[in-house]
Each structure stands twice: as structure tokens, then as C-alpha cells.
Design a protein around this ligand. Sequence first.
Ligand code: ATP
Length: 695
Amino acid sequence: MAAAGGLRLHGAESPAGGPGTLSGPRRAQARRQAEATKRKHQASGEAPPAKRRNKAAFLLAKKATAKETQRTFKGKAQKTFSPRKSLVGVSDGTREQKLCVRTSSLFKNNPEIPELHRPVVKQVQEEVFTSEAFHELDLHPHLISTINTVLNMTSMTSVQKQSIPALLEGRDALVRSQTGSGKTLAYCIPVVQTLQAMKSKIQRSDGPYALVLVPTRELALQSFDTVQKLLKPFTWIVPGVLMGGERRKSEKARLRKGINILISTPGRLVDHIKSTKNIHFRRIRWLILDEADRILDLGFEKDITVILNAVNAECQKRQNVLLSATLTEGVTRLADISLLNPVRISVLDEPRGQSEPQGGAVPEASLLPAGGEPDSFAIPESLHQHVALVPSKLRLVSLAAFILQKCKFEKDQKMIVFFSSCELVEFHYHLFLQTLPSRLGALASGQPPSASTRLKFLRLHGNMKQEERTAVFQEFSHSKTGVLLCTDVAARGLDLPQVTWIVQYNAPSSPAEYIHRIGRTARIGCHGSSLLILAPSEAEYVNSLASHKINVSEMKMEEILSVLTRDDCFKGSRWGSQKSRAAGPQEIRERATVLQTVFEDYVHSSESRVSWAKKALQAFIRAYATYPRELKPIFHVRSLHLGHVAKSFGLRDAPQNLGVAAVKRRKANLSRLPLQVYAFRSLHICNEAEQIVSF
Ligand SMILES: Nc1ncnc2c1ncn2[C@@H]1O[C@H](COP(=O)(O)OP(=O)(O)OP(=O)(O)O)[C@@H](O)[C@H]1O
């Protein structure tokens, strides 16, 4: 649709969140009027009273043209929408004036939520379990009884059934099977079986016989735990873990004493290769790369080269295994240089081509994207995937409402929420921790929060100290309920039991990452669900997922928000003491506004909190600017509406300095820079969030 009338200044809403959609002088006049009101109240040290703020918004709204246009950073009309058509954008000034909350305009001037014409694709499926038992394998009886009694497992999963015999034969292998399908044991069992069977009994001082590389510290700990359990009857074989964040000195001491199965993150191992005298690879029989594609994604390629060279220099003959739920081109390259005549194991049920076998050892072409076509990923059958299209202004309340819906009103729910950066995790963690539980407990009953209303929030990201990361990982692992807010540090390989919901609040940067994130639920045949939250402008991402055979069904935002009507602590004063009332759309809006007010009041309770929220907003934009080129048409900073995004950080207004002149000035100075550099300069050089709006 063509832009109608004048353009709205991007992100420069009136204090009351008025639409600011007027053209030329009328808009300027209306804005001056609104700003004068604001200045007057600022001068007297007060916020404009709610009614007057809303009145200003109402005046602007009345003058607004029916068709509205978002102005992008480019200054181009990008999308037009009509408030009338908007699902949540119906303006009702009279009613708004009656509201007694200061937050305004949450439901006005939102972009139209497009119809989601999602193509239904047939997802690639894998059969998780087989009817074959571990005791049918030629394993040491003590190993079988450990698997049965310590791990409580009897039958093998498909990937185990295919991998264990192949690895016991001494073959190199490239293994791909869906998340949560038991890949860890698929390599740990053959390693333990071969090492315990060695003719000359292994001595601790022999040093490493098996080297397992994993991308993250938590995964290193988890794999270590599995190996340790399997080694129970074979006490002479010593496992050990090396990882960033731990004390090098104590790791050196352990290396000196001897570690036979060494599990490590690549970076820390390279550290030791360079600086520890006692590390050697003379007896290496196994080299295993778990989550191989992630190891490469994280930029460990150089480290892997250093490790491969160090191992090759001391020992040529060994078995090499690469595993992941998603294999990328990088992994094929790595497979080419590190695997010798490998067996390629894939557990896909659905044949990709008529000539291809179903599951089992398959030719390379069926493991990897053929002819440049998008790769398809197997997703557990019992995983139900959803997507919700939520306008930027409503993202924060929608997320909070969804958490409340699942974790307050439903029993035994355990949720992981993924964010795009450490700063975003920190911001939402503290915001929710300070606002949601206290509000729920205190306002609902007048009493301190009870166990039933208490929401447990945890967070996990790469900027935390290692001890804290480990403690959180353990706590969430052992907990039956709770909400873990995290970055992709938790996306790979982590086996956190009983997770029922995965929420992706910021969309992942690749379909592989999407698969690994949702793969933290519905593990090993259990049920689980996922929710991806997208802005209306990002709806196209659903098609991008479909091209990788990922099927998502729509969850309506109203459905998410409607939970607020079940909780009287979100009742606006408008409803007074009325007890029961049918929950209409207006009541949902009012309650969402009350919740938004809780967030805004918290953020605006001090200068430092405002600047904290601005920094989080800055981090969001910085992360948004890093989507890969192929996703830029869907996720582009230029299509962000800063004023609306600011609301999702509890900020009442867009950060200042967004005058047209400022934008033009910055554009003139920086127009020759590519956007990434543009964003990078603005975001990294400037401390004040207000300056980021200039790119
Ligand atoms: N044969 C089995 N029977 C029952 N449970 C099993 C079996 N094998 C593995 N499991 C359990 O299944 C869960 C998932 O296993 P694992 O973490 O190895 O999966 P994965 O394929 O490596 O997943 P990801 O791709 O996410 O890393 C673990 O809790 C593990 O203990």
C-alpha cells in the first residue's frame, strides 16, 4: 500500500503515545501542543495526569488520518495500516480517558497483524525408540547392568542402535539424529566398552585415551556426568573435564595426575595445549566432536585446527566421530579432513529421494543439503510448535502473560525463554523478578507470595561467573517447575528434564538454532511445546521455517493476553469491586495496560533504571542488526519502530534525539557506511541509548 499523507516520525510518539500520524503542519501543531503539556508538567515535577495525557493522545488520534504509515530508519514508507483493520489497534478515546492507569496507547497504532498463510509442510520424522535392548549388544555385563540399573534404560534409541555396533567395529562416523534422541550414549557406550576391554589395563597416568569436544561448559559437565555413571564398574578409568571459567591451576594438577576420558570445550583445551607441560595425546584412541556444527558456529574452527594438529602430531590411528542434530556445510568440510572412510548415520524416517534408504548408514548426500536446497530437520513428533504475531508494543506484556498462564495457572510447567543476548536476559530476569512475583502475591491476597503463586525465575548466559552458571544449571535441572531465561548458551545439547515449554522471544538466527532451541523440550519421546514470538513485520519467517519443513501453528495474541482476566491483580480501577464479568476484548486490553504500567512504573522509578532499560533496548537493536544476510529482508533494524520497541522495555517514550534533523544529520554523515558498520559505530561508540536511534 502506498504511504498516505505525511510520515510518522519513527519512534517519536507523543508522551501519551499518540499516533503522530498527521501530515505536515497539522502534525507539528499537534505535537507542539502535546509537548507543551508535557513540559508544563515536567516543570512542575509531575507527570501529566492520566486523563490529560490520554486526552492529548485522543486529540491527536482524532486528527489522525485513517491510513497510517510507519517511517523506517531509511525514511521510506514501509508499511501502511489502518487502525480500523488492526486487530488490536481500535482506538477508543472515551474509554481510555476513563482508565486510571498512566500507561497509554498500548493498543493504538499497532501495525496490522497479517493473516498467517502458513504452508503446511510434512515434517521429517524419526522413530525415537527401537524394540532392541542393550543386552542384545556385545557389551560387558557390568556395563549392561549399569545402563539398566544406574541409568534406568533398557531399550536402545534408533541412533544408539545404529551407532553403537558401527563404533564398536572401529569405524569413524558422522552421526545425525534429532534433538533429545540419545546421541550422548551413542558414543559414550562404545568408548567405555572399548577402553575397559583393553588388554593392558588402563592406568590413570597413561593420560587421555578418549577426547570429547563440546561447545559449552554446561554440555561438558553433562557429558562428564554421563561418562562418570557409565564408568561406575570400571573404577580404574578416570574421566575428567576441562572448561573455561574453571581454575587452570587445578585443571593442570588433574592433568598431571592423569585423565583417561577427557571432556573439554575447545578454547580451554587449546589453552592447555599451549601452556600445560603435562598434556599429551600419545594414547588417543577416540576423538569425538559433539554438537560439531555449533563448535564451528562459535568460531572454534581455529581451535579445532590447533587440537587436530596437536593430536595428529602424537597419534595417527584413532577413531573419529562427529555428531549433531543439524549438520552444516562446515561440518562436512570438517568431516572430510578428520574422518576416514566414515559410516554416516541418519535416523530419518522419511526418505528424501526414492533411491535413498530409510535410516541407517546412508550416503553423504542424504545427510546434508543437496544442490543448495534448504536443509530439512527432523523434529520430535511429540513437539507442538506455535507462533504468535505480536506488535512490538505488546511484546513484553504478552511474554509476561504467557509465563503467568503456564507457570501460575497450570501445574508442573517448566519453561525456557530464549533471548538474543546476555543483556536482554539480565534485563528481563530482573524486571520479572522484581515485578511479577511480588505483584502476584501481594496484590492478589494482601499477603506475601505463597508457594503456589511464587514464580521461580532463573537465568543463564555467557556473562555469568562459572560457579553461578553451574549452580543455575543444576538447580533448573533438578527443579520440577520454573522459568529459565537464557541465551543460546543453553540451546545446544543440554538435557534439562521435564521442560514443557520453550519460548523464543527473539527469533533465532538460523533454522538450525531454532531446532536446537526447541529441542530442549520433547526429549526422548516426551511431550513438549514451543512458542515463537514474532513481530507482524517478521511474519515471513514462518515461510522461511516451512522451507526447512518446520511446521508451526498460530497462537493468537489475544488468547495469550486473556489469561490476565483470570488474575484480579491486573484489574484496572475502572472495574471497581465488580467480582465476575465476562472477559471481553476491552477488559483484556485494560488488564494488559495495568500489567504494562507495572513494568513502566518499575522502570521509571529511578533514573538508573531508565538508563538500564535503555541499555537493554540498545542491546536488542545491536543483536537485531546481526541477523545473517539471508534473513535481513525479514529482520532489519530499519523496520523497527523504536517508539514501539521502547515500550517493550518498559520505557514510556522512545529515547530522545530522534528529531528528523538529527536523523538526517547522522544519515548525511554515515550514509556511505554499510548498515552493520553504521549500527556497530553507533551502538558501540555511544553510551547513551538515545544515540542509537540515529543510525
Ligand atoms: N536408550 C535410552 N532410553 C531411555 N532414555 C534414554 C536413552 N538414551 C538416552 N536417554 C535419555 O534421553 C535424554 C536425551 O539424551 P541426549 O542428551 O543424549 O540426547 P541428544 O540426542 O544428545 O540431544 P541433543 O541433540 O539435544 O544434544 C537424556 O536424558 C538421556 O538420559
